[in-house]
Design a protein around this ligand. Structure first.
Ligand SMILES: [Zn+2]
Length: 289
């Protein structure tokens, strides 16, 4: 497939376009196309081959293979407050707005932390011209998400997002900071740190092979992939970028941290009833641990 040519009219499509600007062919997901670029794929493959060599030299090829196999079933998880989740699932029509859509609508203020300007730069660099359309999630093997963003984990259906999702090495803001990428170079991010949904296992192995050992058991894989920190800056995870809208139908199941406050238990009960109507299961974290 020639990435930059429209399959309908044959003209070139700019990398950041969400549909062909010439014939309006839709269904072009710019975050996925970015991950499909040859230089991205070559750089990722190089990291992947190095991770296989590393696994071989530490005699944990089988563990690495098992880790990759487990990752084929990994899912994207969005963490939100109980109240946000409850609002989202209240009807089929409720679209789940992205951060920038909420800010633009005047519904939400940027949080005012030192990360805000960095977040803007990172998002504009990663998603030139389409950051408003991108949802963020964490890649998970067991449905657990990042509690720093909310007590309610929305586990998305792979079938509803695989075609429009890409994965990124880590929290994109932390990535910019760690790689010391100056604003002037933000348009030119190092290659090999993003992958299509279908290649997410490769990226995860390349990133995490150093955490695998001969005696690493399969039940340890989930926390190797995603580990919550005391603050969101200390969270360790692979970030999922999902282009476009979602509704309750995008969700497969919901997991919540056991609520401590009475008010939260009331919201949880109403969330449970709403989810029942759309056929989405809800578990508390204690039940799945
Ligand atoms: Zn076209």
């Amino acid at each position: 497939m020639v990435l930059d040519k429209c399959t309908h009219c044959g003209n070139n499509i700019p990398l950041s376009a969400e549909r062909c600007p010439h014939c309006a062919l839709p269904g072009i997901f710019p975050n996925v196309r970015a991950a499909e670029q040859v230089e991205e794929q070559e750089a990722l493959n190089k990291r992947y081959q190095e991770s296989l060599q590393r696994a071989a030299s530490s005699s944990c090829e089988q563990v690495a293979k098992d880790f990759e196999t487990a990752l084929l079933d990994s899912q994207a998880v969005i963490a939100r407050s109980l109240l946000d989740a409850s609002r989202l699932v209240s009807s089929d029509k409720q679209l789940y707005a992205t951060f920038y859509q909420l800010v633009e609508a005047g519904v939400r203020l940027p949080s005012g932390s030192k990360w805000d300007p960095l977040r803007e730069v990172a998002d504009s660099a990663l998603f030139p011209g389409y950051k408003k359309q991108v949802h963020f999630a964490a890649l998970s093997l067991d449905g657990w998400g990042l509690s720093n963003y909310g007590d309610c984990f929305l586990v998305l259906r792979n079938q509803m997002i695989g075609h429009r999702a890409s994965v990124f090495e880590e929290n994109s803001v932390i990535f910019m900071e760690k790689h010391k990428i100056p604003m002037s170079q933000a348009h030119n991010l190092p290659a090999g740190y993003r992958a299509t949904w279908g290649e997410r296992a490769k990226l995860c192995l390349a990133k995490l092979v150093y955490k695998l050992h001969l005696n690493t058991r399969e039940d340890a894989f989930a926390r190797i992939l995603l580990k919550e920190g005391k603050t969101s800056e200390e969270d360790s995870f692979v970030e999922v970028h999902i282009w476009g809208p979602m509704t309750a139908r995008t969700i497969e199941r919901v997991i919540v941290n056991k609520p401590k406050r009475r008010a939260d238990r009331v919201i949880l009960k109403s969330l449970y009833e709403k989810l029942l109507k759309v056929g989405v299961a809800l578990n508390t974290r204690a039940e799945v641990a």
